[in-house]
Design a protein around this ligand. Structure first.
Ligand code: CTP
Ligand code: CA
Length: 223
């Protein structure tokens, strides 16, 4: 792909990015999902490619268009996203920006559920695979740097710090998505980068600026 030819500090590096929501079908016309426009993930993939990285971009059905200069691998469900991540070539770094649905419906059918008076549908759920945790805990071929996201409310840093430890990723990019912040669905983000070095709060800035700063930091680690 073109991006691999461009010069920059990430030239020759392969980086995996997950982005967007996943859709878990209930029937052919209905699904469950987490909220995600895909904007932050797309911006990160764009910023990494601009620094010369070869980017594999595994994306659920997002609102924003997929970036240029990346290898786009479209998926629908969390289980498909895990398969695509595992099928991608070995990565130097991986950034998990997707808002993966936590559950899928085990009794989803090929027939549309009708409101035919036979009562409410009885949906049954199973937990989805944790893609970030799976990659973080790989025994062989683990990317040198694994970055997760944590969109939290209430005690954001404590939740995100616990999540980082539980999953085993190197960094967590935490943000406060309480309605009062106006972050959710907007063009700006206010994140805290949590690593072995502690919690580093970044000022509120555009999602593109967050992406560029994160890409720069990733480049420093992979140098
Ligand atoms: N993630 C993932 N696979 C999942 C769930 C989450 O890869 N099945 C990744 C997300 O892409 C994100 C990070 O894990 O980088 C945190 O997602 P989040 O939904 O905050 O974590 P959960 O473990 O699902 O916890 P919660 O109960 O707070 O939703
Ligand atoms: Ca979740």
């Amino acid at each position: 792909i073109d991006a691999a030819l461009s010069d920059g500090p990430l030239k020759g590096k392969h980086i995996l990015v997950t982005s967007g929501p996943t859709h878990e079908p209930i029937d052919p016309v209905r699904y469950i999902a987490n909220r995600s426009s895909g904007a932050q993930g797309s911006a990160i993939a764009t910023a990494l490619a601009a620094l010369g990285a070869e980017v594999s971009f595994v994306t659920g059905p997002a609102d924003v268009p997929a970036p240029q200069n990346v290898r786009v691998i479209p998926v629908q469900t969390a289980r498909e996203m895990l398969q695509a991540v595992q099928a991608a070539p070995a990565a130097d770094a991986a950034v998990f920006a997707a808002a993966v649905a936590d559950w899928h419906v085990t009794n989803a059918g090929d027939s549309k559920i009708k409101k035919d008076g036979s009562g409410l549908p009885q949906l049954e759920f199973a937990e989805n695979p944790d893609i970030l945790a799976t990659v973080s805990q790989m025994k062989q071929g683990r990317p040198k740097l694994v970055v997760g996201f944590a969109a939290e409310t209430d005690d954001v840093i404590a939740h995100a710090t616990a999540k980082r430890a539980r999953k085993g990723c190197d960094w967590i990019v935490a943000n406060d998505v309480s309605p009062a912040t106006g972050i959710m669905g907007g063009t700006e983000n206010a994140v805290t980068l949590i690593s072995d070095d502690g919690a580093e709060a970044w000022p509120r800035m555009g999602k593109d600026a967050v992406a560029q700063r994160l890409a720069q930091r990733i480049a420093e680690v992979l140098l």
